[in-house]
Write a protein that binds this ligand. Structure first.
Ligand code: CO
Length: 152
């Protein structure tokens, strides 16, 4: 499921609201800075982020597209779908996203540093991409070894 390409959201209804509420609850419960719908088994183009320290900056992105990206930024990432593994990934430092909110209204959002990382990480999930896919060949091998040990 985590490797699937997610589909566009076309219905901005009550069910979508319920799904978004459940996603926020799951993200906060796991102390995550972001969560994408496929992580809870829903293969639709939805993610949310909150990179604040007090759960005060929840932003919901539906059918998101990065419309500009600049700079580079290295951050040690983790993922709720790959528990207790963290590794540094290089991404854009600043991104501007166009997305829809839960009512279907189009909005623009600019994220820098950790917010830019969270956006790029979560948007990857909608295309079946995980942060480990961005690692160097050597780090990927180290990850595979580590993962086999975890699941043994
Ligand atoms: Co993730």
């Amino acid at each position: 499921m985590l490797r699937e390409e997610c589909t566009e959201v076309t219905q901005f209804n009550k069910e979508l609201g319920t799904l978004l509420n459940n996603m926020a609850e799951t993200m906060y419960h796991n102390d995550g800075a972001g969560l994408a719908a496929p992580q809870i088994g829903v293969t639709q183009r939805i993610f949310l982020i909150d990179v604040s320290h007090d759960n005060s900056a929840l932003t919901e992105f539906i059918n998101p597209k990065i419309i500009s990206a600049e700079g580079s930024y290295v951050y040690e990432e983790g993922c709720l779908s790959i528990p207790s593994y963290r590794e540094k990934v290089k991404r854009s430092q600043k991104v501007t996203v166009e997305a829809q909110d839960r009512k279907g209204e189009v909005f623009h959002f600019q994220g820098e540093d950790v917010a830019a990382v969270a956006i790029q990480h979560e948007l990857d999930h909608l295309n079946g991409v995980l942060f480990i896919d961005h690692l160097s060949r050597i780090k990927k091998e180290l990850f595979k070894t580590w993962w086999k040990k975890q699941s043994a």
